[in-house]
Design a protein around this ligand. Structure first.
Ligand code: ZN
Length: 405
């Protein structure tokens, strides 16, 4: 495909439209999309391109919600949804495509129902599955453009690698607390995600939104950028974020655009690629838990039920909650003391821990406590253990009257 303009500074000026126009718009469609049709740069031709477009949204969660709703409203003819999860009450603070009555329902189905209500002219394709190395090519192959709304590194690298290997563009976004980022990755015309982030962060270093939280409305800010970029790519309007990273800070209320160059040494899209096919195991590549933590938990893991038995038997141990103070405020296991993981990893808290008592660690779900356990064992607390599944397992199996989060 011809590139319509590389500036001397590696900046994409504009790209040709990704999609050919549909043959025609119906009278109903002309009425519906009239506010688009009168924009000179979009016009009837642009709207016909949207009608012909096939866009896949990976995930119908925080970013997928606004993305799917606006893509549907804009008149994208075919919208695919890949999502295996079901709607949970804790999703509703930000995943606005789902409602109260959708709790427990598959997210893909709930999202499809909302889309049909927004725009009945959209053909919705549901992929009620987790995306993996075996199905990603088949699914991506059915679409012109992919919008990545995933929330974990393993899927993010899988999406990137598959898109690059298929030569497809995708619009990426990520959110955490008050911060968001977005870009368009298209190896043919600019960098890919691996050019920007060659390696996943070390396990346990970057908390997920489930662990660290996210301001709900941030999804709209970043999801809106993703949809804007998608529409620009599909219709060939404006300058896409190819080669640029948009960084949003909600507290400062700033958007910064940072230039990102294609990395000639990129393992995937560089001059001598070492990654020429999908990896065997993306979970493994991103390592949810470090090797040290994996080793530390062997024979040093107890269940929530065992913890309860230890308490009932008045066994002498110290129960340490390694989560953050805000989480401790929400829900706690009776008898626990709070020492955030960071204070254990830095060594700061080690002197305050008793040498003559067994230490039992727990966190929200068992990942952070495993990391802290590795540090404690390395510091000589040989009989320390951690609670599998953390406080969530406690709530589920011991005291369901307590809140989950
Ligand atoms: Zn690359």
């Amino acid at each position: 495909m011809a590139i319509s303009g590389w500036a001397s500074e590696n900046v994409v000026m504009s790209l040709p439209p990704l999609v050919e126009p549909a043959e025609s718009l119906s009278v109903d469609e002309i009425r519906r999309y009239s506010r688009h049709l009168i924009i000179p740069d979009v016009g009837v031709a642009g709207q016909k391109r949207l009608k012909n477009a096939k866009v896949l949204c990976v995930g119908a969660g925080g970013l997928g919600s606004p993305a799917l709703m606006y893509l549907a409203a804009a008149g994208v003819g075919t919208l695919g949804i890949v999502e295996f999860d079901t709607v949970d009450e804790s999703n509703l603070q930000r995943q606005i495509i789902h409602g109260q009555s959708d709790i427990g329902r598959p997210k893909a189905e709930s999202a499809a129902a909302s889309i049909r209500e927004i725009n009945p002219y959209v053909n919705v394709v549901i992929h009620n599955t987790a995306i993996d190395r075996d199905n990603v090519f088949d699914i991506f192959g059915q679409y012109d453009l992919i919008v990545d709304g995933t929330d974990n590194f393993a899927t993010r690298y899988l999406v990137n690698d598959a898109a690059v290997l298929l030569g497809k563009p995708y619009v990426w976004g990520s959110i955490y607390r008050f911060d968001g980022q977005a870009s368009v990755f298209w190896a043919e015309h600019g960098p890919c995600y691996r050019c920007l982030y060659p390696e996943p962060p070390p396990p346990g270093m970057v908390p997920s939104c489930a662990e660290g939280g996210v301001l709900g409305v941030l999804c709209a800010s970043i999801g809106a950028i993703q949809v804007t970029e998608a529409i620009k790519l599909l219709t060939g309007v404006g300058e896409p974020l190819v080669g640029s990273l948009m960084v949003y800070d909600a507290l400062e209320m700033t958007y910064r655009k940072i230039k990102v160059r294609k990395d000639p040494a990129c393992a995937l899209c560089g001059e001598n690629p070492t990654v020429t096919q999908l990896l065997e195991d993306y979970e493994d590549f991103c390592g949810a838990v470090s090797v040290e933590a994996q080793e530390a938990v062997v024979d040093s893991t107890i269940t929530a039920r065992e913890l309860k038995e230890w308490q009932d038997a008045e066994k002498d141990f110290l129960l340490v909650d390694v989560r953050e103070p805000a989480e401790f405020e929400i829900v706690r296991i009776p008898g626990s003391v709070l020492i955030p993981k960071g204070e254990i990893l830095s060594g700061e808290a080690l002197a305050t821990l008793p040498q003559d008592k067994q230490i039992v660690l727990h966190c929200k779900s068992g990942v952070r406590s495993a990391e802290a356990l590795a540090a404690l064992k390395a510091a000589g607390f040989k009989d320390a253990v951690h609670v599998q599944g953390g406080v969530l397992a406690w709530v589920k199996t011991i005291d369901p009257s307590l809140p989950s989060y």
